[in-house]
Design a protein around this ligand. Sequence first.
Ligand code: SF4
Length: 164
Amino acid sequence: MIDAKGPFPVLVSACLLGVNCRYDGGHSLCQELVRFLPRIWAVPVCPEQMGGLPTPRPPVDIVGGNGVDVLNGSARCISRTGEDVTRAFIKGAQEALKLARIAGANLFLGKGRSPSCGVRTPYCEGPDGEGLGVTVALLRQEGMEVLELDPEGPLPTSALMKYL
Ligand code: SF4
């Protein structure tokens, strides 16, 4: 008989786990997160790859707002080579949400400073110069909690423990 209880499912930006999915072909491994892995069931997602974008790829800015505005159609995701990749960003966010639902995850650990996974990404035209990435905007819209991780910084352990 299968025991349905297990580690708490958490959606995680794949680059934080060492996957080479960043725009530049590298990763953003967070050693603190790796040390925490026995406590959670980490479900890795890279929304930009899952939206169909290649790796490496040109970096992207959100033009006309932030991730919330992309979802409501008033902002666009434009690569530094001028390509409009808005559809790929939205598709990647939807795929990440799909995986969260399959896994039963209500928490996303997102890599900071990303136009997809960041909570306060500078790569947008927010009023204060920082805004939500597209995937974060969709996951929050769907009721998920999001914590932003700096791969070099400390793990927000106390915030995390609230969910475990
Ligand atoms: S921040 Fe998100 S979209 Fe960017 S490489 Fe990491 S997982 Fe992929």
